[in-house]
Write a protein that binds this ligand. Structure first.
Ligand SMILES: [Zn+2]
Length: 165
């Protein structure tokens, strides 16, 4: 745990994660917060350790046996519930949930780029084009993002989870 703290203190915003494959919902929520998280079916056991080591990522796992495999820095996730899991990661790593929220593609884990309104006219539904001003997109999957009602629900969720600052 002390190692985890030293990473967090060095650069909270730059902590990158490798989430165990059993932590999909936690990985998604960290991406909602704009955190860099790799996640996938191949990421468990030695696969997870290799991937974390290759990119200097902090492992998030619920696998108690992982520590026998001499992993790099890892955070053992205590709870089965994603809200508690997210709370644990936020506190352990000193993250600020809303500072970089909605800046990353939830599918590809890539930072979104701004996209001009004019350029999305043929891509997004007409009512979205008529009512939204700010668009961004993922350079990999080309999905276009815009602030919408689910955004607001996610913000409320993060407020509930986050530290009371
Ligand atoms: Zn994408």
């Amino acid at each position: 745990m002390s190692k985890v703290k030293s990473i967090a203190e060095a650069s909270a915003a730059e902590v990158k994660f490798a989430a165990d494959r059993m932590l999909g919902k936690l990985a998604k929520w960290l991406r909602v917060m704009g955190q860099d998280v790799i996640y996938g079916q191949h990421l468990s056991g030695y696969g997870l350790i290799r991937a974390a080591r290759a990119e200097n990522r902090l492992i998030l796992t619920r696998d108690r046996k992982l520590k026998r495999k001499q992993p790099p820095d890892f955070l053992f996730i205590e709870s089965d519930h994603y809200r508690e899991q997210l709370r644990q990661v936020i506190h352990a790593c000193g993250l600020r949930p809303l500072d970089n929220a909605f800046t990353r593609c939830l599918e590809c884990n890539i930072v979104l780029e701004p996209h001009s309104k004019a350029s999305v006219e043929k891509i997004v539904p007409p009512h979205v084009f008529a009512t939204q001003e700010n668009f961004s997109w993922c350079p990999k999957c080309r999905r276009v993002y815009w602030p919408a009602t689910h955004h607001q629900k996610m913000v409320e969720e993060l407020r509930r989870i986050g530290p009371l600052t």
